[in-house]
Design a protein around this ligand. Structure first.
Ligand code: SAH
Ligand code: MG
Length: 211
């Protein structure tokens, strides 16, 4: 397994977010391998404060690619006040709404990744409907409800190049472990399509290769 250099790894671990260390390392490894199998940039759906973005940005730099980081930065349903994954200090007091863009920007600037990470601030389905470039690596970690997961599957996965990689986060086959949509509405349909085969598992991270 190839690893992110220790300086960037420190930045990833210091960043806020929901990417466990072992899964971030697996994400880096998968992205570097993806770049050796397919042309095109990397794209992440769901960056939050930039934690996974540092592992993937490092992989993009080490592979001579760009990483597009797509997020509206207003938080998923489960990040809103009253929900399980809400962090009150990420609310913009002017609007009373979540805004992770300042934190994301700080993470990328501090990590020195502004030359490879391109933030795309907007609604994932809207961005996807205007996106035509084939991707070497697609990481889906956006909204985890049925509708956002389904739309991310339907609109983004056709952009993965042959030989390229689809990585999905928060895949929980056992409902006792977590929410179902990334499993039922992204992972299962990807496998059922016959277009992807599983090449790796680390925690809730699934790595699929476009056949
Ligand atoms: N990858 C991150 C965690 C992402 S959390 C980490 O490593 O920590 C999920 C993110 O998806 C949130 O930041 C939320 O704003 C974003 N998101 C949810 N629905 C979205 C949509 N429809 N369009 C764009 N971003 C969305
Ligand atoms: Mg996640």
């Amino acid at each position: 397994m190839v690893s992110l250099n220790s300086t960037l790894r420190e930045h990833a671990l210091a960043a806020r977010g929901f990417m466990p260390e072992n899964e971030g390392d697996a994400l880096y490894d998968a992205a570097v391998i993806a770049a050796s199998n397919a042309a095109g940039p990397f794209l992440e759906v769901g960056s939050y404060c930039g934690r996974s973005t540092v592992w993937l940005g490092g992989a993009a730099r080490d592979s001579g690619r760009a990483l597009y980081a797509v997020d509206h930065h207003m938080g998923s349903e489960e990040n809103q006040p009253g929900w399980e994954w809400h962090e009150p200090d990420l609310v913009d007091e002017r609007t009373g709404r979540m805004d992770t863009l300042p934190r994301f920007r700080a993470t990328i600037v501090d990590a020195g990744l502004t030359d490879v990470v391109i933030a795309v601030v907007g609604d994932s389905p809207k961005v996807a409907r205007n996106w035509t470039t084939e991707l070497a690596f697609l990481f889906i970690d956006g909204g985890h409800g049925v509708e956002p997961a389904t739309l991310d599957y339907e609109l983004w996965t056709p952009r993965v190049a042959r030989g390229g990689t689809l990585a999905i986060h928060d895949v929980f086959p056992d409902p006792a472990d977590g929410g179902r949509p990334p499993y039922e509405n992204i992972y299962l349909p990807a496998i059922a399509s016959g277009l992807f085969e599983e090449t790796g598992v680390e925690g809730s991270l699934r790595i699929l290769r476009r056949i």
